[in-house]
Each structure stands twice: as C-alpha cells, then as structure tokens.
Ligand binder design. Structure first.
Ligand SMILES: *Cc1c(COP(=O)(O)O)cnc(C)c1O
Length: 842
C-alpha cells in the first residue's frame, strides 16, 4: 500500500528525547493507552507507560533502519537461537538511546520513583544460561556495530522457571512473564508462516521427467511473529528480534468441526499451541523429547521461510542468496536449518540439488558450545520418520552424497564412514545434529581458544581432517553496555571521569586505566565504589534471605547453572574444610569471607539438586555457628537470573571459575566478574586461559590440573589417593556420617559416594591446590592497596572480552556483512518500496 499523504513526515524523528517530552509521553500513555488516572495508576501501569514511551522512540528508528536495509538491499545476518536470555530491557534501551538521565529527570519531576519502576519489569528469561545470554549480548553488539542483523527464536510463554528455596531445597515455580503483557514487543498477526508436521511424502513424476517430492497429509501449525526492537548504542540502528509463537492452523481445526466435534477441535488447537508454551529447562544436557524436536523444527522452518520471503521481495532468483544472507546456528538446536533450506530450495523453488547445496553451505555457519558428550543432540530416526518425513529424506540424501565424498577421500578406511555419518548406528538409529550442522556449513567455530583447539584435536578431529578450512575460533565476549555501563553506574562514572566515555564502544580504551593502578587517590576512589556496591548488595541479601552479612568481608561468588562439571562441589568442600579448620582452632590467616552460591538445577538432574540441598544445609549450619560467624558465612542466593546477576558482579571481590579443565567451553560470567573488578580463582579452562593471558599471571589465581593433565588422569583416577589431608578426610566423613542433616544421615551419601568413587570431574585431585590458592586470596586481601591494584589491572585489560570484538570477528571472518550507517533521512517516504514488506514490518 502506498499512501504518501499519510506518511509525509517519515524519516524525521518526531518524538522528543528531553525530560518534558518524556513526561508528556508518559502521561499520555498512562491516560490513553492504559486508561488510568492519578487515583488508579499502579506502579506497574507506570512501568508500562514508560516502556511504551520508550518504544515509540525506538519505533521511529526501527522503521527508518528497516527502510535503509531495504533501499540498499544489504546483506543480512540471521542469528538463529533457541534461547535468548535478555533479562530486563528498559535500562539498556535508555542507555543505548542516550536518554537515561533525561528519563530519571522526567520521573523525578512527576515524583515517581524511577528505581521502583525498573523493578516492575519481569526478566525476559527465554534461556537457560550462558548460551542464551550470549545470544542477547550478540544482539546488542550487532546493533551497536551497525550490522544488518535479525535474531530468530521462540516466544516461549513460560521461560526458565523461578527457583524458590523451601525447606533447604530447590522448588520450581512457573514463570509467567507475559502475565501483564509485554510492552516491548509488537505482534504481527499478519506475518505468519505455515509449518508442516507428520504426513507422508509422495514422489511425483513431472511432465519433464524429473521427480518431485510432495509432503502431503500434514498436520500444520502456524507461526505468528512477535517483534522486539534491538537498538544499538549511540547510533540509530534498530534491529529486530523476531520470536515465533505457535497457533493452530484453521484447516486442522476444520476437519474436526466438520465432524461436529467442537470440543475435540479446541483440544487439538491447544495441542498445536503447546509448541511454544515452555522452554526446556536443561542446560548442557540433551533430552530426546518429541516436543523439543517440534520446537526446533517449528522455529527453524518459520525463520527460513521468512528469510526467503524477505529475499524474494528484491530478487527473482536465488543467484544472490548466499551473497545477501548469512544464517548462523547457535549450537545444534537450529541445525535443521540446513535441511529446511535445502527442502525449500529443492521442493518449493525447484532448484537443482547441487545448486541448492552450494547456496546452503555458503549461507550457513555453526557455533559449537560444548565438550560434554551428553549435550550432543542425537534425535531418534523413528521420531523423525513420524514427525518430519520429508526433512529426514533430505538428511539421508545429504548423507549419501557426503559419504560418497568420504569414501573417495578415504578409500582404505571404511571406519571413517561410520565416524562421520550423519546417522549414528547404535542400538537405535539416530540423526547426529552436530554432523548435519558441520556438513551443511562453511564455518564451524568454538567459543574460546582452548575449546576450539580441543574440538579440532579431539571431539571433531575427523571433521577437522576432512574440512580443516571450516574450523575457527571465536572467543566469547559480553556487552559492556549492560554489564558495566548499566549494571555498575558507580564504576562506569569513575572510569569515564578518568579516561572519557570512549570505552563504551571501544573497550580496549580501558587499557588507559592501567597507569592509574598504583595511584593512591584513584585506588581509594575505586575502593569506595566497590564498598558502596557491596553495601547495596548486603541490603538486597537481607531483603531476599533475611541473612545479615558483613560488607567488609570478601564477597566470593560462584553463580552459574548447577552442574557437576562446574564443580560447585569443590567450592562447598573447601567451605566446610575452612569451617572445620576454624573450629579446630588451627591458626590460619583467614580474612572474613562470605561465600555466595547461586544457580538453577535442571528439574530432572538429581545430583545437581542434591548439590543445592547440600549447600543450603551447610549454610544453615555454618551461619548459626557463633564461633566462626565473624569469619565465615555461606549464602545460597535464590533464583539466579540476569537481573540478579546485574547486582552481583558490581559487588564481587572473588569470581569462582573452577570447572574441571577441558569441560567448560568458554564461560562468560568469568568475563563479567573481571570487567567489574573481581579477581578470578579458576582452573585453566575455557576463556579463563585467555583471561590469564590478558591480565597477567600475577593478577589471577589459576590452580589445578590443565586440560591435558585432567584427560590423562581421568581413566586412572582414584579419589582415595588424595585423602592424605586429615581435615579433608574429616570433611568427607562428616558428609557421609550426616553431620549436616542429623534427621536423615544418609541424605548426602550419593554425594560423598560420587566424590569418593569414579568422580568424572576429579574434585579431590584439584582440592589441595584449590585450598592453597584460597589461602593466597586471603593473604592478598589483607593488603588492600595491592588487591585493588590487581582489580584495576583486570578491568584495564578486559578490552578483548567485549562482545563487540567477538562480533567484529564473526563478521570479518564468517558473515562478511557491510555495516550500514542509519541516518535520519530527509522525509523519505516508503514510495520506493514494493512487496508490501516495509519499515518496521520487515
Ligand atoms: C552470564 C550468565 C550465565 C553464564 O554463566 P557461566 O558462569 O559462564 O556459566 C548464566 N546465567 C546468567 C543469568 C548470566 O548472566
């Protein structure tokens, strides 16, 4: 539709960014969007009105950005991820728009407490942990670097569960983030895609003699788009996060309606809509549930169809497809993109297989996120046969052609075919999703230098030999807007007043802080900021848990998903060890320390839940001990999530990154902590290795086995070899004798059995080195000047760990999209546009 009269003013941003304009917009939304007045407006209404006011300003830039992308027919980057752990977005949007201060002023002027408005926003928790948070950081960096990018995913109605601690254990509660509506998103009920499931495939001979596959008698589900604007920092770029929500298809309903079974029809409708109902709460574990496979195909199919639709607005054939589109798979969850792009090109657009395959492999790229065998997705072929018969045929055809290539390359080695095949032949045939992703991509990357090296040398060595040119590393990063500028305003202010504000988009500028690291005045200012953050956090802890903690103590955190490989066990063993040493009156030079734990356990992960329970029991006992209380406290922080993380990092002194070397792909909380001036106690694992290189050996506490040593020890590991230490023996016998739970002494036997048995994660092998390392931490903390100097040097050397650096590398090496500067434009109307695919409605 073209209506120049209606859109005459397009291209000029009409909404003011000054406090008066914000105040007016806020009042207008309260009255006209929410129909509330001074008597009826609740805090939540005020939050919603402010969010809508901010969204208006985003929308202007959003429409302009999409116009520019269309006009310039840019190459677009499509980031496919089953998870986006966005957290709250209001502060981030305000900072990126450059209207944070003005908004604070506007709210003050109308006597509204801005802080409590921010607290109204529910976390957008559409992810489990690191992988989903990475996707969120990447969206921020892509927009800030002016890359024409889209995030695609699933609009889960229920994100990651809320964790409560009741009776000293985890209880999962549903998290209903959409309960009061979501003011940031725009529903596009007209932007739908049809996704087929089940049915059967007919191979029909065409008049020209060729054979065409038709996927028929399917049960279809409709994907409805919900768009959220993602704006860059201090630029006009506003990209799109498009999440798909499942809706029943009319035809599907009709069948039942025609048979007069109204209730059955509604029931079936419900069934289709469960696809986007809930996020699977597993992290780093594969669970072969059919609904999960449905979720994956659902969002991948919607997204690929949408990508092709958008491409065809400006193009008549697929010759330019790979030049105009980069599709990135965040782990294997979206790896069906390879099969779906092939299916659409071959079945729907009649491309020859070879041509379609060339386009697909040139377009797709894949990031591997794990070294854990149990995390690899291997879907049963029988499930595919029923649910996705045509994509399965496509996968078989890809495999047939690939194995032909393998046998030509290794004519003397038939084992290679078995090792590389997309189909695993165990007791049951399974599709190996990582193999599909690798074969269908031109780039395969790991997420830290060590991780990428181990993939090439070990886990994916067969593929590395076959396609060495595809493999590369992209060390993770985090966005300094959220994790420093927004989360730690005190430190951000100190940094900006010292070196200017350039660091926000060029984090390497933090290096300029290094020369201040020995400056006494600066050190004192730095300590004041940290102390204030710790006091704020102590108040939050009191509100959350009722515990009173000493803000002068070392704040030591291990916050991340609960996992055996992350070794919260090693941490809590050391805490108990420390407590027993104190009680035995051993003259140890401990500084007062508060050990914080936080993280969710997957509801079906027995050992992880037992570990939480154990930490809570230990905390309950230790915190009640007057003999040790001034030196030792233990707090389990319930419901670890992005908004809580934003309070934790600024208040942290010590960052615990103690996974068994060779198991943590990268980690990103290690980066957030160091960026906020905490010192790392960690193993030589994941990105810890690169953090050590960046900050220097003297400014980090690295202990224990390295990845090679751990792998070598593994098969001959005997936990009892490490029991020489009397106190450690005591710790373990206390656990097995039930000191921490006299009512049920056997409660933690599975834990002590694990630690003393065939512990895959070698807790006791690293225990001694860990204890020693922790004593060095105490010693250093007593010299506050030296301690703070090291903290400053950590922050100064964090430039490399900005996700801006990561995304620049992805773009330079993999996507090769041209950054596009979005300017306000001079009253351009959407006249030039065709295909009805314009503006914010892309
Ligand atoms: C950064 C972050 C993670 C990832 O933490 P790791 O320690 O790297 O596993 C998980 N959850 C939240 C809420 C985060 O902010």
């Amino acid at each position: 539709m073209k209506n120049s009269a209606l859109f005459q003013n397009w291209g000029r941003f009409k909404k003011g960014m000054d406090p008066e304009s914000i105040q007016l917009a806020f009042a207008n939304h309260l009255e006209y969007s929410l129909s509330k007045d001074q008597y009826t407006a609740t805090l939540r209404d005020m939050y919603t009105s402010l969010a809508l006011s901010i969204r208006d300003r985003l929308v202007e830039r959003w429409i302009r950005t999409q116009e520019v992308y269309y006009e310039q027919d840019v190459k677009r980057v499509y980031y496919l991820s089953a998870e986006y752990l966005m957290g709250r977005v209001m502060t981030n949007n305000l900072i990126n728009l450059g209207m944070y201060e003005q908004t604070v002023e506007a709210m003050n002027a109308v006597h509204v407490d801005f802080k409590s408005i921010l607290e109204q926003e529910p976390d957008m928790g559409l992810g489990n942990g690191g992988l989903g948070r990475l996707a969120a950081c990447f969206l921020d960096s892509m927009a800030t670097l002016s890359i024409p990018a889209y995030g695609y995913g699933i609009r889960y109605e229920f994100g990651i569960f809320d964790q409560e601690i009741r009776g000293l254990e985890q209880v999962e509660c549903p998290e209903n983030w959409l309960q009061y509506g979501n003011p940031w998103e725009i529903a596009r009920p007209e932007k739908t895609q049809r996704v087929r499931f089940q049915g059967r495939v007919e191979h029909v001979r065409q008049p020209d003699g060729s054979i065409r596959a038709e996927w028929v008698d399917t049960n279809d589900v409709i994907g409805v788009a919900y768009d959220t604007p993602i704006n860059g920092y201090a630029n006009e770029t506003t990209n799109t996060l498009r999440l798909w929500s499942a809706r029943a298809s009319k035809e599907f309903d009709l069948e039942y309606f025609q048979h007069g079974d109204y209730m059955k029809a509604v029931e079936e409708k419900n069934r289709s809509e469960t696809i986007s109902k809930v996020l699977y709460p597993n992290d780093q574990v594969y669970q072969g549930r059919e609904l999960r496979l449905k979720q994956q195909y659902f969002f991948v199919s919607c997204s690929i169809q949408d990508i092709i639709r958008r491409y065809l607005v400006n193009h008549d054939d697929f010759d330019q497809f790979a030049a105009k589109n980069a599709i990135h798979m965040n782990d294997t969850h979206p790896s069906l993109a390879v099969a779906e792009l092939m299916r659409l090109l071959v079945d729907e657009y009649n491309l020859a297989w070879e041509k379609a395959w060339e386009i697909t492999t040139k377009t797709c790229a894949y990031t591997n996120h794990t070294l854990l065998a149990e995390a690899l997705e291997k879907w049963q072929v029988s499930m595919f046969e029923n649910l996705l018969p045509r994509p399965l045929e496509i996968i078989y055809e890809i495999n047939k052609r690939f194995l032909r290539q393998v046998s030509l390359r290794y004519p003397e080695n038939p084992d290679k075919m078995k090792q590389l095949s997309l189909i695993g032949e165990g007791e049951e045939k399974r599709v190996r999703m990582a193999h599909l992703a690798i074969v269908g991509s031109h780039s395969v990357n790991g997420v830290a230098a060590l991780h990428s090296r181990l993939l090439m040398e070990r886990e994916l060595n067969h593929f590395y030999q076959m396609f060495p040119e595809r493999f590369n590393n992209k060390t993770n990063g985090v966005t300094p807007r959220r994790w420093l500028a927004a989360a730690n305003p005190g430190l951000a202010r100190l940094i900006s007043s010292t070196i200017g504000e350039g660091w926000v988009t060029d984090l390497f500028q933090l290096e300029k802080l290094a020369e201040k690291a020995s400056n006494q005045g600066f050190i004192e200012q730095w300590r004041d900021v940290k102390q204030e953050n710790k006091e704020d956090f102590a108040a939050l802890v009191r509100d959350m848990t009722g515990e009173i903690i000493n803000p002068e103590s070392i704040f030591d955190f291990q916050v991340k998903r609960i996992h055996e490989y992350k070794r919260q066990t090693l941490n809590i063993l050391h805490v108990v060890y420390r407590w027993l040493s104190l009680k035995r009156g051993e003259a140890r030079d401990y500084a007062p320390r508060t050990f914080f734990f936080g993280g969710k356990a997957a509801p079906g992960y027995y050992m992880a839940k037992l570990i939480i329970k154990f930490i809570c029991h230990v905390a309950d006992m230790i915190n009640k001990d007057p003999q040790t209380n001034d030196l030792l406290k233990v707090i389990f922080l319930p419901n670890y999530r992005v908004s809580l993380a934003e309070r934790i990092f600024p208040a942290s002194d010590v960052s615990e990154q103690i996974s068994t070397a060779g198991y943590e792909a990268s980690g990103t909380s290690n980066m957030k902590f160091a960026m906020n001036g905490a010192l790392t106690v960690g193993t030589a694992d994941g990105a810890n290795v690169e953090i050590r290189e960046a900050v220097g050996d003297d400014n980090i506490f690295i202990f224990g086995l390295n990845a090679e040593e751990a792998a070598e020890l593994g098969p001959r590991y005997n936990a009892r070899d490490y029991l020489g230490d009397q106190v450690l023996e005591h710790v373990l016998s206390h656990i097995s004798r039930g000191l921490f739970n006299p009512e049920d002494p056997a409660l933690f036997h599975p834990l002590s059995d694990m630690l003393l048995g065939r512990d895959k994660y070698l807790n006791l092998a690293d225990f001694h080195a860990y204890v020693q390392c922790q004593e060095q931490v105490d010693a250093l903390y007593k010299d506050q000047m030296e301690w703070t100097k090291k903290c400053i040097l950590n922050v100064a050397r964090m430039g490399f760990f900005s996700s801006d650096r990561t995304i620049s590398e992805y773009n330079k090496d993999i996507w090769k999209a041209e950054p596009v500067t979005v300017t306000r434009g001079e009253g351009k109307t959407p006249d030039a546009q065709g295909g009805g695919d314009c503006g914010g409605d892309q």
